[in-house]
Design a protein around this ligand. Sequence first.
Ligand SMILES: Nc1nc2c(c(=O)[nH]1)N(C=O)[C@@H](CNc1ccc(C(=O)N[C@@H](CCC(=O)O)C(=O)O)cc1)CN2
Ligand SMILES: Nc1ncnc2c1ncn2[C@@H]1O[C@H](COP(=O)(O)OP(=O)(O)OP(=O)(O)O)[C@@H](O)[C@H]1O
Length: 266
Amino acid sequence: MNYPCTLAKCAATNSALSLILRRILTPPSVRMSASTAESVLKSKRALRSRVRKALKAMYPIQRSCEDEAIQSIVLNSPWFKSSRALCAYISCSSLREVDTSRILSETLRMPAKDDSTKVAKRLYVPRVEDKNSHMRMLHISSMDDLIANSMDILEPAPVDANGQEREDVLQANDPVDLLLLPGLAFDRSGRRLGRGGGYYDVFLSRYQELARGRSWKQPLLVALSYSVQIMNEEFIPVTPTDVPIDALVHPGGVIPISSAAAERLG
Ligand SMILES: Nc1nc2c(c(=O)[nH]1)N(C=O)[C@@H](CNc1ccc(C(=O)N[C@@H](CCC(=O)O)C(=O)O)cc1)CN2
Ligand SMILES: Nc1ncnc2c1ncn2[C@@H]1O[C@H](COP(=O)(O)OP(=O)(O)OP(=O)(O)O)[C@@H](O)[C@H]1O
């Protein structure tokens, strides 16, 4: 019996198959030559490892100051206050991600009946479905809806406590107006480097296609970034499938990038 070896072969076959499938499904307009793709992949890997080190080197006090500043900027902004439905990540402190806990609890808090300045919001959070860059955004109504996955990131189970399937944002009747994105590196021109799974890029391109098909306004893509994660322009390597962000929130403020952001962020 040789289970681990068989499993390893299966995994290798699966990943080869998924590469072939991606090749077939990716239109020629977004393909790159094999050698360019390989060199971009290498530079992405090198940059990820550099940023991970920089994040690990941050003093905890610096991190918590930046977490507070970034969350306050989001919570006090008119574009967050007026949003009715959003997707946000559940931050993972061991990955040194910008904390979203205050934003999430504020999003889930129902407005007081006599408070006309706040609107009730619908919240969708990520759930990884498989290793082929497949992630869904599922509706939650409480932080108690979350359990830790194998990567130690909190995520919702597909069904709620009453046995009801959670709503998938791609199946919802109404659009989301805002997405709060994690990542490893960002720049002022809208480039974003993720952790390498392709989960967000695949999800974002699907959501944008859905919004186009339904003639919905595209949601604002806002990334949250510590100071050390902001790179000089053109430094982050990009491939045609990388989805650009609309705005960047860092401890010093908001950087509007796209024209949609300039309009909505003022
Ligand atoms: N909070 C949060 N949730 C998320 C994401 C995310 O980036 N942050 N994702 C966004 O995709 C998806 C999960 N993807 C993930 C991809 C890699 C790792 C991770 O642990 N990466 C390690 C390196 C692992 C390795 O290379 O061996 C790391 O980055 O240090 C975690 C989640 C969905 N949920
Ligand atoms: N829209 C897409 N369709 C098919 N494959 C994609 C798409 N977007 C990304 N990928 C693939 O996913 C893999 C990882 O991509 P990349 O390194 O850009 O991810 P990332 O931006 O670091 O991660 P994430 O998007 O999860 O934050 C690559 O093999 C890439 O080709």
